[in-house]
Design a protein around this ligand. Structure first.
Ligand code: AP5
Length: 216
């Protein structure tokens, strides 16, 4: 299964990606996670991406496309992959299509997570991320047993710089201006499946798996 997950910030892409990747036995490739891992390690890529991420802007296509091109050469993508956060504009979608055409392995589906703006704000303002293992928690919807401490590994939970209110506003604008057009792009390619991303995490996973079970 070669799958792209698309949806606005906070739609639950990262949350659902973990379950879907495990269900289909494919790697979860999140460009946001790769940038954050580079940032944590202080690599030149991380340093370059930081300014864009902190402002809620897209990292330039030249950087992002090459990073994904390299990631898709790894051995673990032989049975497919789940891309989360890429592509994020029509140019990236065209580049991805060309990359996969070279390998004669086109996408099987693009799953859109559809959600209301008010729910997005609630999800992002309460999100906390573990500095150690990267797992996410939510102050209201999935609170940690001990304040500020990751349930999984006991690492420290923190709020992402780009989850601060003013940056969230910009990220939503960037989504509407630059990312939403890929929904039409993939609809015209006959690849788009849209599900509601409202409800419990388990219900949404079930919805996604049912929708994707019809894909070949
Ligand atoms: P990225 O990390 O991809 O951020 P994003 O797309 O804005 O997505 P988020 O991680 O904010 O949200 P999500 O949909 O994964 O939601 P989550 O599951 O965490 O990108 C960050 C930045 O990197 C970009 O702004 C850009 O600068 C750069 N970048 C990345 N890719 C790029 C690209 N291709 N090109 C250029 N630049 C790029 O859920 C959110 C919260 O809600 C969590 O707390 C979760 O616990 C909670 N939650 C989830 N589901 C539910 C539910 N059903 N009910 C209640 N709470 C829920």
């Amino acid at each position: 299964m070669r799958l792209v997950l698309v949806g606005p910030p906070g739609a639950g892409k990262g949350t659902q990606a973990q379950f879907l990747a495990s269900h289909f036995g494919i790697p979860h490739i999140s460009t946001g996670d790769i940038f954050r891992a580079n940032l944590k390690e202080g690599t030149p890529l991380g340093v370059e991406a930081k300014g864009f991420m902190d402002r809620g802007e897209l990292v330039p296509d030249s950087v992002t496309n090459e990073m994904v091109r390299d990631r898709l050469t790894h051995d673990d993508v032989v049975n497919g992959f789940l891309l989360d956060g890429f592509p994020r504009n029509v140019v990236q979608a065209q580049v991805l299509r060309a990359m996969l055409a070279e390998k004669k392995n086109p996408l099987n589906a693009v799953l859109e997570l559809s959600i209301e703006k008010s729910e997005i704000i609630a999800r992002l303002s309460g999100r906390r991320v573990c500095r150690n293992c990267g797992n996410t928690a939510h102050l209201l919807f999935d609170p940690p047993s001990v304040d500020g401490v990751c349930n999984g590994c006991q690492g420290e939970l923190y709020q992402r710089e780009d989850d601060k209110e003013e940056v969230v506003t910009r990220r939503l604008e960037v989504y509407e201006e630059q990312t939403a057009p890929i929904v039409d792009f993939y609809r015209s390619e006959g690849l788009l499946i849209t599900i509601s991303a409202t409800g419990s995490v388990g219900d949404i996973t079930e919805r996604a798996i049912t929708a994707l079970s019809r894909v070949h």
